[in-house]
Design a protein around this ligand. Structure first.
Ligand code: G3I
Length: 330
């Protein structure tokens, strides 16, 4: 029952706006996706701006292709994401909707998307990154420009429960999760989730789990409390998952990582995998990118990169082999 997943690179592949989308164009990449993983996560293709680009237009092309590819290769699909502050289409963020209209828009979106992939997507990140960073995390109710979440701001915290209920109605079998970064350890942000989830469970809201993204850096070191943190959510009867792990490094432009950096990276990946394997109910471990060739990291952080388990040429790195050995022993 254990899922070893990867994000599927791409997004923005529209019939009217073609660009070289890795999933549609890189045969070697497709081969690696099929061969090495039993779970696929759309990196961008199920986000609002791609799957719902106009108010009355859904674009299922890329997500349908991922689902079809997964079926053909006997893989499962992890859904990402239904309720987020980022990558929302302009029509939504800049529209002038009443509260009733926004509620209807969210319900229609969740039920349309989850319903379409019913039985194909085993797990959904229903709510993504809903708490702010820093020592006193609060729900993201601020302006969009400051990382505010339109749903929380306009409809209040109660909308979270509705989002889970609507998703559950659309696919009662899918496991429905919260997902965030910076929640690897027991810390104020993960505790904010721990408290919120307990409140929702007490109200009978269909929350099935808590997912930890795991965007790590060899600069910061491994979050040593990961296993205990997963365990406390498991003790609530929840499923847990590592959903977006990568371990980036500081490497000057034009240079390669040192052997020591690669060893540190391998250790961090493997410790995260071992933590998940050790906790009952932690049943998926997804890397956010299969190869450095398509990693989001150097695009977003200059001077950092090499964060995945395969090089640009798909050569397997020490992290790949160390995790393979751990899985063989599990
Ligand atoms: O769609 C356009 C396309 O039309 C255009 O030609 C192309 C050229 O740059 O850009 C395309 O959109 C980009 C998209 O990725 C698809 O490649 C966006 O500009 C870019 O911002 C977007 O970045 C994604 C990022 O989320 C945005 O928030 C990354 O790929 C994706 O890895 C990253 O993933 C997030 C998770 O969803 C949530 N957790 C954190 C994680 C890392 O930031």
């Amino acid at each position: 029952d254990f899922h070893i997943g990867t994000a599927v690179a791409g997004g923005g592949h529209h019939v009217d706006q073609p660009y070289p989308d890795p999933f549609f164009n890189d045969e070697e990449y497709r081969y690696v996706l099929a061969k090495e993983f039993n779970s696929l996560s759309p990196e961008n293709q199920a986000k609002w701006e791609f799957i719902h680009p106009e108010q009355d237009v859904y674009n299922f092309e890329a997500m349908d292709a991922i689902a079809k590819f997964a079926k053909r290769n006997r893989q499962e699909v992890r859904g990402h994401t239904l309720f987020w502050h980022s990558q929302n289409p302009a029509w939504l963020e800049q529209g002038n909707f009443s509260k009733e209209e926004l509620r209807a828009i969210l319900k229609d979106h969740i039920q349309t998307v989850v319903g379409r992939y019913k039985g194909q997507v085993y797990q959904w990140d229903v709510a993504n990154e809903i708490f702010t960073d820093g020592p006193n995390p609060v729900l993201r109710t601020g302006p969009t420009a400051q990382g505010g979440n339109i749903w929380l701001r306009e409809l209040g915290p109660e909308i979270i429960a509705d989002a889970f209920r609507w998703a559950h109605e659309a696919d009662p079998e899918a496991t429905l999760m919260f997902n965030d970064y910076g929640v690897e350890n027991i810390n104020p942000k993960s505790t904010a989730y721990y408290n919120l989830i307990q409140e929702l469970l007490a109200q009978g809201v269909p929350v099935d789990g808590f997912a930890i993204q795991g965007h790590l850096s060899t600069r910061f070191g491994f979050p040593g409390g990961l296993q205990e943190n997963l365990q406390r959510f498991s003790d609530l009867g929840l499923e847990t998952a590592i959903t977006e792990i990568d371990v980036r490094m500081d490497v000057p432009v034009g240079q390669q990582p040192t052997a020591e950096q690669e060893t540190r990276q391998a250790s961090d990946y493997d410790r995260a995998l071992e933590a998940c394997l050790a906790v009952e109910g932690c049943n998926s471990f997804t890397v956010w990118g299969a190869t450095d060739k398509y990693s989001w990291v150097p695009v977003f952080f200059s001077g950092e990169g090499f964060a995945t388990v395969m090089t640009d040429d798909f050569d397997r790195k020490p992290a790949y082999f160390q995790m393979r050995d751990s899985l063989a022993q599990a």
